[in-house]
Design a protein around this ligand. Structure first.
Ligand SMILES: O=c1nc[nH]c2c1ncn2[C@H]1C[C@H](O)[C@@H](COP(=O)(O)OP(=O)(O)OP(=O)(O)O)O1
Ligand SMILES: [Mg+2]
Length: 221
């Protein structure tokens, strides 16, 4: 049987690299959203990670006519009441980038003794007609007092993971994936990989039948 194609519905190269690495030994053809040339970007105006993950996955699946796997993730800091949360990517404002976001976070945390934080990752695997599977995981850690390490992306240089005594930015990609929110969520997906492929094939068959039905109806009208 031919391998199913899944598009990674993210513009974040760091996420793409981690997802590709975690799925590299699995019989599935992975494509990047950038392989398709310019396509419109999904809105990320959902109230939580689940909603945004589904929006991104379903939008991309519909636009490309292929199953799409999206990741919505972010950092929740206890002393900041869960901020930046779903707003993590735009924490420092409309022209935020990783440097500005980390700067703003360290400023907001100045003088705070409770440094507890967690990363959240929600993965949504959607087909063009709408149904989706969801995987969710968290990783607990602490906010550092300064930037540490150069690997990874986003808040990695300020997220300290006590069990390994390093920030995410001080870890290799493999090391980070072995403990991260994204790594855990993707391992759940991998644990039921065969079931997921059966589910996908069934959804894609249904879709084909619907399309054929539409075409036949059209030809007879
Ligand atoms: O492992 C991580 N290590 C460091 N930072 C991370 C991680 N995981 C999420 N984050 C941060 C990055 C961004 O500030 C926000 C995600 O925002 P989010 O909208 O899901 O991703 P994004 O805009 O970068 O790419 P896209 O929406 O195209 O998937 O949380
Ligand atoms: Mg985003």
């Amino acid at each position: 049987m031919n391998a199913i194609t899944i598009v990674i519905a993210t513009r974040n190269k760091g996420k793409t690299a981690e997802i590709r690495e975690l799925l590299k030994d699995y019989p599935v053809e992975i494509k990047d959203v950038t392989d398709f040339g310019p396509i419109p970007e999904p809105m990320e105006d959902g109230k939580d990670f689940d909603e945004n993950a589904y929006k991104k996955a379903h939008f991309t699946a519909r636009v490309l006519g292929l199953p799409a796997l999206a990741d919505d993730s972010g950092l929740e800091v206890e002393a900041l009441g869960g901020a930046p949360g779903v707003h993590s990517a735009r924490y420092a404002g409309p022209d935020a980038d990783d440097v500005k976001n980390n700067e703003k976070l360290l400023q907001a945390m100045a003088g705070k003794s409770n440094r507890r934080a967690r990363f959240v990752c929600v993965l949504s695997l959607a087909v063009p007609t709408g149904p989706a599977l969801t995987y969710e995981a968290v990783c607990e850690g602490e906010i550092t007092h300064e930037l540490r390490g150069t690997h990874g992306f986003g808040y990695d240089p300020v997220f300290y993971y006590p069990p390994l005594g390093k920030t995410f930015a001080e870890m290799t990609l493999e090391e980070k994936s072995s403990v991260s929110h994204r790594g855990k969520a993707l391992r759940e997906f991998r644990d039921e990989f065969d079931k997921v492929m059966v589910w996908l094939r069934q959804r894609l068959e249904e879709e084909k039948r619907m399309l054929v039905g539409d075409i036949c109806q059209h030809d007879h009208s």
